[in-house]
Ligand binder design. Sequence first.
Ligand SMILES: NC(=O)c1ccc[n+]([C@@H]2O[C@H](COP(=O)([O-])OP(=O)(O)OC[C@H]3O[C@@H](n4cnc5c(N)ncnc54)[C@H](O)[C@@H]3O)[C@@H](O)[C@H]2O)c1
Length: 355
Amino acid sequence: MENGTVIISGGAGFIGTRVAPRLLDSGRTVIVLDNLHRQVHPDGAWPEALDPRAIRIEGSVVELDDWLAAIDRSEGDISVLHLAAETGTGQSLTEARRHAGVNVLGTATMTDALVNRNVWPTSIVLTSSRAVYGEGEWLDEDGRPGAPDPRTAADLDQMRWMPRIGARFAVHPLPHVAKTVQPRPTNVYAATKLAQEHLLNSWCSAMGVPLSILRLQNVYGAGQALSNSYTGVLTFFATRSVAGEAIEVYEGGGILRDFVHVSDVATALVAALDAPGALREPVDIGSGEGVSLQRVAEIMADLSSAPAPIVTDRYRLGDVRAAFASIAAAQQALGYRPKVTLQDGLTELLSFARS
Ligand SMILES: NC(=O)c1ccc[n+]([C@@H]2O[C@H](COP(=O)([O-])OP(=O)(O)OC[C@H]3O[C@@H](n4cnc5c(N)ncnc54)[C@H](O)[C@@H]3O)[C@@H](O)[C@H]2O)c1
């Protein structure tokens, strides 16, 4: 059995509610610091999914006093699982201050609170995002690797979906590998996640605090806020197909994503908390496979006896064409092995959407 306290910022959210019971079962005290953001919790109430054993502090990560309240309620060694964030990718381009305020200032406020109470955590675990990679790395027509530029409206209007590396089109996406692929954020949310990484990297190395950064691919599963129109594409697909409506799939259906089930993500986060110092650099957490949105939409339509998906040439500016991860580093450092198959995970998500 473990002891000590884990403070989970944003612990009332989708991922936090799945991690909390595992930490409590391991013998730790869990303190959730969450402001019950209305975009995620429309009624402003603590979610039923949050384990009743967790200590709840309603407060914001940008308020020093709220962090101090969480630290003061802690017992024994303290670790922090920093989940709280503004997560609207497209939204971040028009509400940059809100995203930067919570994600960057909120992280800096955490470090100030720890210094204020002279607390040096056993471990800090940060959930970063695959969004930091932007278009990532691809091979061009001649098999040469390169980092494409963000796609332009002019190209997308012409249904030229592949990004360009200089003057040439990229043809083959490569997996995200934190050790070798340079982050190149293409929206403010992504930039703030990268800023969180830099901020904590510098503070933790100066203070000798073990830091684990996990760059998550697209997380899905029961418990995702279906009412939040800014969350993942699968919640949108799920609500459409359980309503018996055809799912509309953009960009000719060929957008590639790596969907990782929330219980596998929870396992990875607990493994990181259990092994402070095991990660010397960020690792990627996904299923390890890219799947086209058309394929996912077909599986969901099939599982819910909804009409076949409608593949269109619509697009959303700012979306990347392909994102999937190599999970080799996480396997090696954390023993991470995702267990939930896409078929099983989608079945669970659909039954959650139905209920
Ligand atoms: N879900 C994904 O697909 C995914 C992918 C990559 C990275 N991430 C990262 O994982 C983390 C958790 O994501 P999630 O899917 O559980 O999101 P979520 O929106 O379900 O949960 C976030 C929680 O943070 C809380 N919160 C928001 N602003 C806050 C503030 N100012 N102070 C305190 N609490 C605040 C919200 O009320 C919510 O309960 C985020 O850092 C996100 O960037 C998620």
